[in-house]
Design a protein around this ligand. Structure first.
Ligand code: HEC
Length: 140
């Protein structure tokens, strides 16, 4: 049987489609079910926007650079919400003291909790595998 160019072309198309599919399916298999109060987290995002935390802080490395990246702020303090609340209202150096209501504080914490679980801001916490996938290292 003579191999025609269109056979090779079809084979390459098929390989491309299968590889693309595997790339999309792979993260879905890895995603773990996470427990969040989604409504509070969304409200927390509105608090984040209302007080413009983004102008001085980054999430996933994006935002202002006056203050530190807060993507993994929640796990930095092992989820100790009292410390976070104290930091919100403390005011230190260029960080203004925010007089947030109790509800706003809790929403904001839920938002930071969800952000923390969704990714890791430090590129050093990622490894490149032989198959080309870039994956977050296991958290300790
Ligand atoms: C005008 C700039 C500015 C704004 C606006 C701002 N921050 Fe900050 N924030 C800072 C700076 C600067 C620091 C670091 C202070 C230090 O090093 O003592 C900081 C520190 C923090 C920290 C402690 C970080 C750590 O791990 O040490 C938290 C938490 C925080 N900010 C939360 C917030 C939240 C939430 C908002 C919005 C409600 C906000 N910040 C708005 C400037 C700002």
């Amino acid at each position: 049987m003579k191999i025609k160019v269109r056979h090779i072309f079809s084979l390459l198309c098929l390989a491309f489609l299968m590889f693309s599919l595997s790339i999309y399916v792979y993260p879905l298999k890895k995603l773990k079910a996470q427990e969040f109060n989604k409504v509070s987290a969304v409200e927390g995002r509105l608090v984040w926007q209302k007080y413009n935390c983004q102008c001085c802080h980054q999430l996933y490395g994006l935002g202002g650079y006056l203050g530190p990246d807060l993507t993994n702020e929640y796990s930095k303090f092992q989820g100790n919400e009292d410390i976070l609340k104290a930091l919100f209202k403390g005011g230190m150096k260029q960080m203004p003291a925010f007089n947030l209501s109790k509800t706003e504080e809790n929403f904001l914490i839920e938002f930071l909790k969800q952000t923390d679980a969704s990714g890791n801001a430090n590129p050093r916490n990622y490894s490149i595998h032989k198959n080309g996938m870039i994956e977050q290292n296991e958290r300790k």
